[in-house]
Design a protein around this ligand. Structure first.
Ligand code: HEM
Length: 409
C-alpha cells in the first residue's frame, strides 16, 4: 500500500512539473500550453492567406547597412563568456535592417510608431556549425554568392518598449482580428469621403473594442499601456533609438532579453532633423539614416537583462522584468561604420530577400517562451518539429517575388 502511495505521488509530481510538450532546447523556463502548436499553425494560415511579395510586418525598410562590426567585450566577465560570447574580444561582421512597423511598404514615417532594428551577424565557418537552424529551414533565398547569410546569428528588436503587447500566442488572434477590422473600416470610411479626424478615430475605437476590452474577456491593461507607448513614438533618427527584443532567449542555462542602445546617452525626441522639407516627406527616415551614416562611425552597445527568480514567467510576454531586480549589462560593442555618399545602403533586393529570424541562433541562445516558439517553431507532443511563422512567411514572400531557394543540406 505504501509503495502504491509513493508511486501515486511520484506520478502527481511528474504530471505537475512536466511541460505538456517538448522544447527545442531543454531549459528550466518554458512551459508549453496545450493547443499552442495548433494555434501557431492557424496563425501561419491567416498570415499566409493574405501574404503579398513583402514582409507581413515591418514591410518598409529604411535601409540595410553592411560592414557593421560586432565586438564581444574584451573585458566580458568569465561567467558571461557563453555561446556566441565565448571569445572575449572576438570581432564579427553584421548587416542591419532598419524598418518601420506596419505591414505595408507605403507606411508614412510621419505617422507615430516604433521602429525595427534587426541585426544579422555573419559567422566564421567553425561557428556556423553551432547555429541550430529553426525547424523546417534548410534553404536561403540570398544570392549564391552570399552563402554566409544562411547560418547567421540574428537579433531582432524594436524601439521604445521592453515588453510585447501580445502576452500569449492565443491572444494574437484578437489582435490580428482587430488589425484586419481597422484596415477594412478605414478603407470603407475613405471610400465614403469621411474626414481625416473621423478616419483617425477608427483605429483606437476598434482596437479597444476588439483587443483591449473585448466583451466577455478580462481587459488587457498591460497590453493597452504598451500600445499607448508605441503609438506616441515619433522617431526622427533610427540611430538615436534604443531597441529591445521584448521576448526572451537563452544565454547558456539562463534567460535574457536583448537591448541595443547608443553608446552616448541621447534623448531621441530632441534630435533635430537635418533634412530640408523632412516634415512633409513620408520617407524621411531613410534620408536621415543615410545622412547619419555619412557623418562618421556610430557606436551602439548590445546589452542583456538576465531573468531572476520571482520575475514574471518567460511565457508572459507582456509582463515587465524589473530593472531594479536585474539591470541590463553590456556584452558587446557595435560599430556602425561611416559610409561614402551613394554607398550607404546595400542593394534593395538583398535587403528584401534576407530573413532576419530569431531562430537563427546558437543552441545556447535559442529563443524561449510562447511568442518565440510561434515565431521560430518547436516540437509537438510526439517530439516532431513544426515550422514557425518567420520560417514559413519569409520563404513564401520570397517565392511570391519569384526568388529561387538555394539548399544547403
Ligand atoms: C506572435 C507574434 C509575432 C508575429 C506573428 C510576428 C510576425 C512577423 C512577420 C510575419 C514578420 C516578417 C518576417 C519575414 O517575412 O521575414 C516579422 C518581422 C519582424 N518582427 Fe515580428 N512577429 C511577432 C513578434 C515579434 C516581436 C515580439 C518582436 C520584437 C522585437 C518582433 C519584431 C519584428 C521585426 C523587427 C521584424 C522585421 C525584421 C526584419 O527587418 O526583417 N516581432 N514579424
Amino acid at each position: 500500500m505504501r509503495s502504491l502511495v509513493r508511486l501515486f505521488s511520484v506520478l502527481v509530481v511528474l504530471i505537475y512539473v512536466q511541460p505538456s510538450l517538448a522544447t527545442m532546447v531543454p531549459n528550466d523556463y518554458e512551459f508549453v500550453p496545450e493547443g499552442e502548436v495548433e494555434d501557431t499553425a492557424k496563425l501561419i494560415g491567416s498570415i499566409k492567406s493574405q501574404l503579398k511579395d513583402h514582409r507581413d510586418a515591418h514591410a518598409k525598410a529604411h535601409g540595410c547597412v553592411d560592414g557593421i562590426k560586432v565586438k564581444v567585450l574584451s573585458n566580458l566577465p568569465r561567467e558571461l563568456q557563453v555561446g556566441f560570447f565565448a571569445k572575449a574580444g572576438e570581432e564579427y561582421s553584421a548587416i542591419l535592417r532598419s524598418s518601420s512597423g506596419p505591414g505595408v511598404k507605403t507606411a508614412s514615417d510621419l505617422e507615430p510608431g516604433a521602429q525595427g532594428f534587426a541585426l544579422k551577424i555573419l559567422l566564421k565557418p567553425e561557428d556556423q556549425k553551432k547555429v541550430l537552424s529553426p525547424p523546417g529551414e534548410n534553404a536561403s533565398f540570398a544570392p549564391a554568392e552570399y552563402p554566409k547569410h544562411y547560418k547567421t546569428f540574428d537579433i531582432v528588436t524594436i524601439s521604445r518598449a521592453r515588453e510585447f503587447f501580445v502576452n500569449k500566442v492565443h491572444d494574437y488572434f484578437d489582435f490580428f482580428g482587430a488589425q484586419g477590422a481597422i484596415g477594412a473600416a478605414k478603407a470603407k470610411a475613405k471610400a465614403e469621403g469621411k474626414s481625416e479626424e473621423e478616419i483617425a478615430a477608427i483605429g483606437p475605437a476598434l482596437l479597444k473594442k476588439l483587443y483591449i476590452a473585448p466583451e466577455g474577456k478580462a481587459p488587457r491593461l498591460k497590453e493597452a499601456a504598451l500600445l499607448g507607448l508605441l503609438g506616441q513614438a515619433k522617431t526622427k533618427n533610427p540611430l538615436w533609438e534604443t531597441y529591445g527584443s521584448w521576448v526572451p532567449s537563452l544565454y547558456g542555462k539562463r534567460a535574457v532579453k536583448y537591448e541595443f542602445t547608443p553608446c552616448e546617452k541621447v534623448d531621441p525626441d530632441k534630435y533635430e532633423v537635418p533634412i530640408e522639407g523632412w516634415d512633409t516627406n513620408p520617407n524621411f527616415l531613410r534620408e536621415v539614416l543615410k545622412y547619419e551614416l555619412r557623418q562618421g562611425d556610430q557606436c551602439y552597445r548590445l546589452r542583456v537583462q538576465f531573468h531572476e527568480k520571482g520575475m514574471p514567467s518567460v511565457e508572459d510576454a507582456a509582463y515587465a522584468w524589473s530593472t531594479e531586480i536585474s539591470d541590463y549589462v553590456d556584452v558587446a560593442e557595435i560599430t556602425i561604420p561611416k559610409k561614402e555618399a551613394g554607398k550607404e545602403l546595400i542593394s534593395e533586393d538583398l535587403c528584401e530577400t534576407l530573413s532576419f529570424h530569431p531562430g537563427h541562433a546558437f543552441a545556447e541562445h535559442y529563443p524561449i517562451g510562447g511568442v518565440q516558439r510561434a515565431r521560430v517553431g518547436g516540437k509537438d507532443k510526439e517530439g516532431k518539429e513544426y515550422k514557425g511563422i518567420y520560417t514559413v512567411i519569409s520563404e513564401q514572400r520570397n517565392l511570391n517575388r519569384g526568388k529561387t531557394p538555394i539548399f544547403f543540406r
